[in-house]
Design a protein around this ligand. Structure first.
Ligand code: C5J
Length: 224
């Protein structure tokens, strides 16, 4: 059934039977102290604002029966999927693969790579491990979406200008209609979040749409 969601730059016509919710990288390594985000010098407390809006969206998506996909940015224990250029870049206090307070930094299976408990995936939800910033790179995401006839994607998660934006651009180029839930995404840099939202919806939704979580949730609940 098609619903209209109040969005920018114009209303988003959603077909619930062809829509998935993708929650990007709400994992301890980015949200909690001692992980990858903090090792790069970021104030990780800035991302906490996204948690409750993500929960609201997740609950509505579950109640509506949408396909739910959680992504995690994480690498194999032997680092075979981590290019040296990624591992060695910058002035990190701990690099990818180094032991930290939540296990090895950004390694799949370590405590730091777990999705935060507030957003813990249900057993039937997809948890997609991705080695890059974009969730289509070196993953089966396209096949998962094709198998379910998904053509529209609602995005949430962190960080807005890195993994969320990269994945939205990848999805847009592959023909998906992309809607970003404004309060359910955060950046370590407020100005980067604001600019990303502007870039996405500029030029007549050149990458996609943005909408408030309350408007998305009301629409999923059939209230509008
Ligand atoms: C970053 C991400 N910021 N999930 N990853 O390195 O956005």
């Amino acid at each position: 059934m098609a619903h209209l969601i109040k969005a920018q730059p114009f209303d988003f016509q959603i077909d619930l039977s062809r829509t998935a919710l993708i929650i990007i990288d709400m994992q301890r390594d980015f949200i909690e102290p001692g992980g990858f985000g903090e090792s790069l010098g970021n104030d990780v407390s800035k991302l906490a604002k996204a948690i409750q809006p993500c929960r609201d969206l997740l609950e509505a998506a579950r109640n509506t029966g949408l396909l739910v996909i959680h992504t995690k940015e994480a690498h194999a224990a032997d680092l075979s999927d981590c290019p040296p250029a990624k591992r060695l870049r910058g002035d990190a206090s701990l690099r990818i693969g180094d032991p930290g307070p939540m296990g090895r930094i950004l390694i799949d299976g370590e405590p730091g790579s777990e999705i935060i408990t507030e957003l813990a995936p249900l057993p039937d939800e997809v948890v997609l491990v991705k080695p890059g910033k974009g969730a289509f790179y070196n993953t089966s995401l396209k096949d998962i979406l094709d198998n379910k006839n998904i053509t529209q994607l609602i995005f949430a998660g962190v960080t807005t200008e890195v993994c969320v934006q990269s994945t939205m651009r990848e999805a847009n180029d592959r023909g998906y209609e992309c809607l970003l839930a404004e309060e359910a995404t955060q950046s370590y840099f407020e100005e980067f979040k604001a600019s990303t939202l502007d870039m996405i919806r500029a030029q007549g939704a050149i990458v996609g749409w943005t909408a408030h979580v309350t408007d998305i949730v009301s629409s999923l609940q059939g209230e509008v």
